[in-house]
Design a binder for this molecule. Structure first.
Ligand SMILES: C[S@@+](CC[C@H](N)C(=O)[O-])C[C@H]1O[C@@H](n2cnc3c(N)ncnc32)[C@H](O)[C@@H]1O
Length: 223
């Protein structure tokens, strides 16, 4: 059987003893495990509020900020990089929030196995790995099949928000989404409150800015 191409390379390093202790303690409150069954907001949060999914959240600064600012919303994050998850969990240890849950798995697998259709109000993908070399473009997370999966998981009028600092990736995103008739660019008459500017600069955005990169924001609405 052929192995699916991954959008990441596992760069696991050991957490120090203190971080590992916080990780274990906070994972028991905020961690979700890969199961073959689909999750429901009611089961994991105890209620059902508008739900945002952030894929590849890095250090989790945006997820934490949004969850703190919007207790009336719920947030699920997916990240394969454990030190990034450890960072988010340490923020949650310092300031407890009950509207964030996270997966430490490949988003492609979580979406297909654990996320129900029409369950998400918004998907955020901020600065996905650009894989700039042409021979690596196949590793980019944004691919036609992946966008079709996201469309199924979003509710009607749900928002897909992708940001990159690589012009060539922005062009790739535009090309993939152009072929996807269910997604369109929001109009000024679209009143979904989740169409909004991002609140904070992420780690990778900061890196891009330091290199003088332009930032390409892409917002799509699921029709
Ligand atoms: C360039 S970093 C951006 C991190 C963060 N969003 C930021 O703006 O600082 C991309 C992140 O996506 C994660 N990632 C890549 N492919 C993934 C996948 N298939 N599932 C979950 N996370 C993934 C990587 O581990 C990495 O942390």
């Amino acid at each position: 059987m052929h192995k699916p191409i991954k959008s990441f390379v596992k760069r696991q390093r050991q957490l120090g003893a203190t971080k590992q202790k916080i990780f274990d303690e906070m994972w028991s409150k905020h961690g979700l495990d890969l199961t073959s069954s689909q999750i429901s907001s009611k089961k994991i949060f105890g209620h059902s509020q508008p739900l945002t999914l952030e894929i590849g959240f890095g250090n989790g600064e945006t997820l934490f900020y949004l969850a703190q600012e919007h207790p009336e919303h719920d947030f699920i994050g997916i990240e394969v990089y454990r030190p990034g998850i450890a960072h988010l969990l340490s923020l949650l240890k310092a300031q407890p929030l009950d509207n964030i849950m996270v997966y430490n798995e490949d988003a492609v697998v979580i979406l297909s196995q654990c996320i129900s259709d029409k369950s998400l109000d918004r998907v955020l993908i901020l600065f996905p790995d650009p894989w700039p070399k042409k021979r690596h473009h196949k590793r980019r997370l944004i691919q036609p099949e992946f966008i079709t999966t996201l469309q199924h998981k979003l509710k009607p009028n749900g928002i897909l928000h992708i940001v990159t600092d690589w012009e060539n990736y922005a062009e790739h995103i535009d090309a993939v989404l152009k072929d996807h008739s269910n997604f369109s660019i929001p109009k000024s008459s679209d009143t979904n409150p989740l169409i909004q500017q991002r609140p904070i600069i992420t780690k990778f955005e900061h890196r891009g800015q330091k290199k003088g990169h332009k930032i390409f924001e892409r917002l799509f609405i699921n029709r």
